[in-house]
Design a protein around this ligand. Sequence first.
Ligand SMILES: CC(C)(COP(=O)(O)OP(=O)(O)OC[C@H]1O[C@@H](n2cnc3c(N)ncnc32)[C@H](O)[C@@H]1OP(=O)(O)O)[C@@H](O)C(=O)NCCC(=O)NCCS
Length: 186
Amino acid sequence: MPAISLPIRTDRLVLRRFDGGDLDAFHAYHSLPETARYLPGPAKTYTQSMERVGRYANFSFEKEGDWVALAIEAAGEPGLQGEVVLKWLPGRGQGEVGWTLAPGARGKGYGTEAAQAVLRLGFEELGMHRIEARLDELNGASAALCSRLGMRLEARHIDKWHYKGQWATELIYSILADEWRIGSRG
Ligand SMILES: CC(C)(COP(=O)(O)OP(=O)(O)OC[C@H]1O[C@@H](n2cnc3c(N)ncnc32)[C@H](O)[C@@H]1OP(=O)(O)O)[C@@H](O)C(=O)NCCC(=O)NCCS
């Protein structure tokens, strides 16, 4: 895979590498049960946030299983708005995208704008062929984001996960490089 050149700038956002200064802002939204509702595991403890920010800050993208983890900042407004991640899945040209925003950053299209930049990175810079998103069927905000990105609902796995004390149905959305090219031209 080619090297990833950061930061990535979009109309309103700067996507950059995490650093230690992001810890408190990261923990502020990841310690909320509301943020954790559709993420694996409970709301994060401070120690878990430290561990995660450390891992994100030092990410390398060299082999299957590695992640690109990008801090989302509003242009001209230093401070963490959330994160967007891209995982290199096993198999030829396969990726998975994920996103989390701080509550105050939601409802502005930042998630869509950041995820579009990461799809562009995956398809146009890293040469990926297919990128998917996996989500809980109850996570309507995430499903709407997938639709805004032009991703197709590809699979529905009933009671695939058991977390947060209940069974959850998994939805898989995906988009192919060719679909991305057609969509980004139109
Ligand atoms: C999933 C999550 C990132 C979605 O956030 P979001 O703010 O709904 O998504 P976006 O940032 O793309 O914003 C879209 C909203 O902003 C509105 N918006 C305002 N200005 C906009 C603009 N310039 N461009 C696009 N949308 C805009 C859209 O109308 C939409 O609002 P609506 O939901 O009322 O229709 C957020 O709910 C979250 O962080 N959840 C917790 C973590 C989580 O569940 N992660 C995913 C696990 S699979």
